[in-house]
Design a protein around this ligand. Sequence first.
Ligand code: CUA
Length: 179
Amino acid sequence: MYQQAAWIISVVLILFVILVFLYVVAHSGQRVEYEPIQKKGYRIRNVWFLVVIAAIGLATFYTLRDLPFERPAHAADPTVVQVEARQFGFVLSRNEFRVGEPIAFQVTSVDVNHGVGIYDENMELLAQTQAMPKYTNTIYYTFEKPGTYQVLCLEYCGIGHHVMTATITVVPAQEGEGK
Ligand code: CUA
């Protein structure tokens, strides 16, 4: 939704800039008195200032209200999994889950900054966050298909960055042991 709104606003503003440019080009040959133009300009500037303040205020209110994005409503009581990143691997407190089980991966690092990317079998990125020392970042995710998933480091963290992986197994809903 925000993506689409951003598109539409961008296109409208680009058209506006083009129109202003064309207006300026069309009138650039004329000689006119400076003072009335300046007065008019100042009036427009005052109105524009209020419009911008109102627009930014509204946009801030409506977009900040939805933060954090991507937190599913059903994650009120998720399975909490500790994910510890280190040079060069991940330690997950659990790595087998059921389809449909809401999970909160609590990600941190014991040494340097890493990234945590969860990939499906086609190596498509499903969710990701940073693994930072002394911070915990949470990924809320619910697997929809059984299978083997890969966790890859997404931040260059040293000589073994490319071997920094882990595996997650997701079993059909009825086979899992539950939490
Ligand atoms: Cu850890 Cu790259």
